[in-house]
Design a protein around this ligand. Structure first.
Ligand SMILES: *Cc1c(COP(=O)(O)O)cnc(C)c1O
Length: 354
């Protein structure tokens, strides 16, 4: 792969105040971009000022959704350094998504080098207020100007970055979740395992219905029997029942979360029993009714852990742990964020300093 060319901005933007950040509103001064052309491969990697891109209206991504994305963060450590969390896992997953969506693979090591360079150039954009971070969004879109249905001959791979505020400004508040009974998100053999835009497009209707009923998110059941639990919105899900932590196994329709994988490894290292297996919504309701459902929480890069305080399924409403965060959820949150922000030692080798 050729050298990355770098063009720095002449007019750096003003950085928003930490309490105005929110999520996904502001973008840093620079971005990474690289082209793919059939017969030539990936070429012209460059870091340029954050700017608009010019695409033909016939670009295939607009019509048939051939696209993949990733999400990870850079964190400011107490000594002012910057570190990434398991970025290699994100680029590996990007290539798995690429395979499913027949997008040509990227060189994972090269992508990581490019990302490190980009974060280094925009390092002043990594906020340092408690709980804040720099959210990083790598993505690939099909750009061939053509309306026939076939894999695109051209692509763009880009990385943009957005300073993000503290997810839990007012402390960790458990969320209320509605179990979706009509729509499904994915089926085995479909694209549920790939991080691709279409999965989100098809889930919006469930999200909207949940919000209408006063719930924050949707819990998706399997696409065939609508019995087995899959995941929540953009998070994987865990249940603590009678001392054992259970999360749905990766059966082919669930997004393999990096936070999920990290939680399983943390639980094992603390000798807390953890199982990856199929689990039905009936098992969860039954556990709630016989008093053995102790904790429920979602996991994902944005929130790390999102405790679930209430679940609604059909006409049943179940309240979990009195609507408060559980002991294991709190421990996992403290440990993982401690490692991510470089406040506690990282025995797993997950963090990458820049
Ligand atoms: C990204 C994502 C997750 C969480 O993955 P992390 O790697 O933990 O951030 C879970 N579910 C879906 C559908 C996702 O897109």
């Amino acid at each position: 792969m050729t050298e990355i060319t770098i063009e720095l901005t002449d007019c750096p933007k003003e950085k928003p105040a930490a309490d105005e950040l929110g999520f996904g509103h502001y973008f840093t001064d620079h971005m990474f971009i690289m082209d793919y052309t059939e017969g030539k491969g990936w070429h012209d990697p460059r870091i340029v000022p954050y700017q608009k891109i010019c695409l033909e209206p016939s670009s295939m991504v607009f019509h048939y959704g051939q696209t993949v994305f990733e999400g990870l963060k850079a964190y400011r450590t107490p000594d002012g350094e910057i570190q990434l969390f398991r970025p290699d896992a994100n680029f590996r997953r990007l290539n798995h998504s690429n395979e499913r969506m027949v997008i040509p693979p990227i060189d994972e090591e090269f992508a990581l080098e490019a990302l490190k360079k980009l974060v280094d150039i925009d390092r002043d954009w990594v906020p340092d207020a408690p709980g804040t971070s720099l959210y990083i969004r790598p993505f690939i879109i099909a750009t061939e100007p053509f309306l026939g249905v076939h894999p695109s001959k051209n692509y763009l791979f880009m990385i943009i970055m957005s300073p993000s505020g503290s997810y839990y400004k007012e402390g960790i508040n458990p969320v209320k979740i509605l179990v979706e009974e009509k729509y499904v998100r994915a089926v085995v053999g479909g694209t549920g395992e790939a991080k691709t835009g279409g999965n989100y497009a098809s889930s919006l209707i469930g999200q909207l219905n949940a919000e209408k009923e006063g719930y924050a998110q949707t819990l998706w059941l399997d696409g065939i029997e609508k019995r087995y639990i899959e995941e929540v919105g953009s998070m994987n899900i865990f249940f603590k029942i009678n001392g054992t932590v259970i999360t749905p196994a990766l059966t082919g329709s669930i997004l393999p979360g990096i936070t999920r994988d990290s939680m399983i490894k943390l639980l094992k290292s603390k000798n807390i029993p953890v199982e990856e297996r199929r689990i039905t919504i009936d098992e969860v309701i039954e556990a709630a009714e016989n008093g053995t459902l102790e904790e429920v929480f979602g996991t994902g890069t944005a929130a790390v852990i999102s405790p679930v305080g209430e679940l609604k399924y059909l006409d049943k409403r179940i309240v979990v742990n009195d609507g408060k965060i559980g002991e294991v959820s709190q421990m996992l949150y403290d440990t993982l964020t401690g490692i991510q922000y470089g406040k506690i030692e990282d025995p797993f080798g997950w963090t990458v300093r820049i």
